[in-house]
Design a binder for this molecule. Structure first.
Ligand code: LER
Ligand code: MN
Length: 269
């Protein structure tokens, strides 16, 4: 297993990112705590200093597990079920830029919040069809670039589609999406799944990344989620990839990061 944490340029008590500031500096701090990787959340992938990040990875013996796209939903209001064709083209082009950057730094690309929401009164099947079409184009581009895209099962308060591991698994098969994997997040599992380990099992062969956050979105162990069952579920499905903590920086980012790595080491070493 590889241990990872989510970082951003800035953090806030209601954004699930642990460390803020210069990305290389966050990588150093994470490495010193025992992490193997970071996931970088940015609305501006083109502003990443790719050469410097690559050097830092080599120097520190780390990797960048994935690039999070969620901030473009907040910043530009663009999403993958948008009925407006011009805006669809814009978001697909943006995700392709993340894929370009991901190729150069050896990371994946996460698609979570930018799934968006079926607008009130709109036809749900038609909206999903739009996302299927956009994802086909994204998937074809990802294959061309040799990059993997993580499609996240998120809770229905954030996105009213693809809320469970089963939903994402079936969507990938329905649109025959290559190089697309399922991202399961314990925080969303707690809201959406009928059992703690069900989403992990339903993701099947597509399971590609796992987010850890307690039910209150604090570091794992701070709340009431049944992590013993979740961790057992991870072992039972034979997953051996990245485990990444994505929680609020509370009581502060440093403490959340330390508690999380202690949790990972206790459960998986
Ligand atoms: C992103 O990974 C996620 O889990 C969403 O809830 C965005 O905050
Ligand atoms: Mn997540």
């Amino acid at each position: 297993m590889k241990f990872c944490l989510a970082v951003g340029k800035t953090t806030s008590p209601t954004t699930p990112l642990l460390l803020e500031g210069d990305f290389v500096e966050s990588m150093r701090r994470a490495r010193a705590m025992g992490y193997d990787a970071v996931e970088i959340h940015t609305p501006e992938p083109d502003q990443l200093d790719v050469e410097r990040l690559r050097r830092a990875c080599d120097e520190l013996g780390m990797f960048i597990a994935t690039l999070g796209t969620g901030m473009i939903y907040g910043k530009y209001g663009l999403y993958l079920m948008d009925p407006d064709e011009e805006r669809q083209a814009r978001i697909v082009a943006m995700v392709k830029r993340y894929i370009d950057i991901a190729q150069t730094i050896g990371s994946k690309v996460t698609i979570g919040s930018i799934k968006g929401n079926v607008p009130k009164g709109a036809d749900r099947a038609a909206c999903l069809e739009i996302m299927g079409k956009c994802m086909r184009e994204i998937s074809a581009y990802a294959v061309e670039k040799g990059v993997y895209v993580l499609l996240e099962a998120t809770n229905h308060f954030e996105n009213n589609v693809l809320n469970t591991g089963r939903d994402v698994h079936d969507f990938i098969e329905r649109y025959a999406l290559k190089n697309v994997q399922v991202l399961i997040d314990s925080f969303h599992v707690n809201i959406e799944e009928r059992s703690v380990a069900g989403g992990l099992r339903d993701a099947g062969e597509y399971l590609g990344h796992i987010h850890f956050g307690d039910n209150i979105r604090w570091y794992p162990g701070a709340g009431a989620f049944d992590f013993d069952a979740f961790c057992q579920g991870i072992r039972d499905v034979g997953y051996d990839g990245v485990l990444s903590v994505e929680v609020f920086p509370l009581p502060d980012g440093e403490t959340a990061a330390r508690r999380s790595i202690e949790f990972f080491q206790k459960h998986f070493n």
